[in-house]
Design a protein around this ligand. Structure first.
Ligand code: PLP
Length: 383
């Protein structure tokens, strides 16, 4: 976690047993001084996040418990609002979205939403003309929501989301962006005027786990997912996570100052070194525009899970498939959608670099990786 985020988390986490920090124990909905202090921490974080995302009106940001909750609120809130006005709801999304989007879309399909899934090519890229055809085919009476990610969490491939949002607007459709992976990893990332809804996660930018945010453009109507108090301008009932949100704000300030060029160079060096040391290396999405810190490697004949375990023993934390699927042997739905067969999709590992990684760590990692791949291949050839 970023240092500032850690400090904020500690500062606003103090309970009543810690008398010296009693002043931080207020509920932001309370009118007394302690409540006002907590509220000002939440407001400050909202301002910092708005500045990072290029959002003019900080009040259009609603804090949630995760990006999954934000995505659920966007899709279900849209569906329930428009269905209550007797409109047919169409959701257009892609095959490589995070499960938070795909599972929510599946759930809404059971309730009557028309769900359309856009395919990607072997580089993980989206076709805007395919999106346009789907938008053209929708009837004018329908409420249409296009939901796409800014960048893929498994391959790092960046979608042309600005153009997709502009296209959606030109057909009077709404646009939700899963922006979770973009801040601090896609240079120059800012929300554009055509985006109606956008979801974010604190821990993806160096904040604490268990906090998210949903951007809701003024005038966009959603039915709330949670009913209860009037918190977050009646858009999300329940007392907000003050320490987590304060840390989110600190992380937003820090990530805005990150040197993305350095991360990009380190990623390029890592890929070059791995290709040089290990024969039969493939990098998924290498021909596409990608975010700066993610490499998805595939080593012929080596299962990702075996590699993950071998690297774990050496102290390196990498993922096989999507992090949310680690521990299961399911092949990645993202790689399957890019045309890989089941065995190949089970061979991939994802390596994510952070701003604190050093050239020396990269050396140690590539050496450990080459050793592990050689050992697994030798074992496989003996059996
Ligand atoms: N969307 C993307 C692209 C993600 O990478 C993730 C998490 O990895 C999510 C959504 C869900 O975020 P959260 O863990 O905050 O629910």
């Amino acid at each position: 976690m970023e240092q500032g985020a850690q400090r904020a988390l500690l500062l606003y986490s103090c309970g009543p047993s810690d008398s010296s920090d009693l002043q931080n124990f207020g509920n932001p909905s309370s009118i007394h001084w302690a409540g006002r202090k907590a509220k000002s921490a939440v407001d400050r974080a909202r301002d910092s996040l708005a500045a990072l995302l290029g959002v003019d009106d900080p009040d259009s940001l609603c804090f949630t418990g995760s990006a999954t909750e934000a995505i659920n609120t966007a899709l279900k809130g849209f569906f329930f609002f428009h269905r209550s006005a007797n409109r047919v709801v169409r959701i257009i999304t892609s095959a490589v979205e995070h499960e938070a989007t795909l599972e929510t879309a599946r759930f809404l399909a059971e309730l009557g939403a028309m769900v359309e899934i856009l395919a990607v090519n072997e580089q993980g890229e989206l076709s805007l003309s395919d999106l346009e055809k789907r938008l053209q085919a929708a009837s004018k009476q329908e409420a249409v929501l296009v939901s796409l990610m800014a960048a893929n969490n498994e391959t790092g491939v960046v979608f042309p989301w600005e153009e997709a949002a502009r296209l959606a607007k030109s057909y009077n459709a709404f646009f939700h962006l899963d922006g979770v992976q973009a801040p601090g990893k896609v240079p120059g990332f800012r929300l554009t005027e055509h985006v109606h809804l956008a979801s974010f996660s604190a821990h993806k930018i160096g904040g604490a786990k268990g906090v998210g945010a949903l951007f809701i453009r003024k005038g966009v109507n959603l039915q709330s997912l949670l009913h209860g108090g009037a918190q977050e301008r009646k858009r999300r009932a329940g007392t907000v996570n003050v320490p987590g949100i304060a840390a989110f704000g600190e992380a937003a300030e820090a990530v805005g100052k990150r040197d993305l060029g350095a991360l990009d160079r380190m990623r390029a060096e890592l890929e070059a070194k791995v290709k040089e040391l290990i024969s039969g290396t493939r990098v998924q999405g290498a021909g596409a525009k990608r975010m700066v810190n993610t490499c998805n490697f595939l080593f012929d004949g080596v299962r990702g899970e075996s590699l993950l375990m071998a690297l774990d023993l050496e102290g390196f934390a990498v993922s096989a498939g999507s992090a949310c699927n680690s521990g299961s042997i399911l092949p990645s739905h993202v790689l399957l959608a890019m045309g890989l067969d089941k065995a190949a999709a089970q061979s991939a590992i994802r390596v994510s670099l952070g701003p604190s990684n050093t050239a020396q760590e990269l050396e140690l990692f590539t050496a450990a990786l080459a050793k592990a791949v050689a050992r697994i291949r030798a074992q496989a050839s003996r059996s």
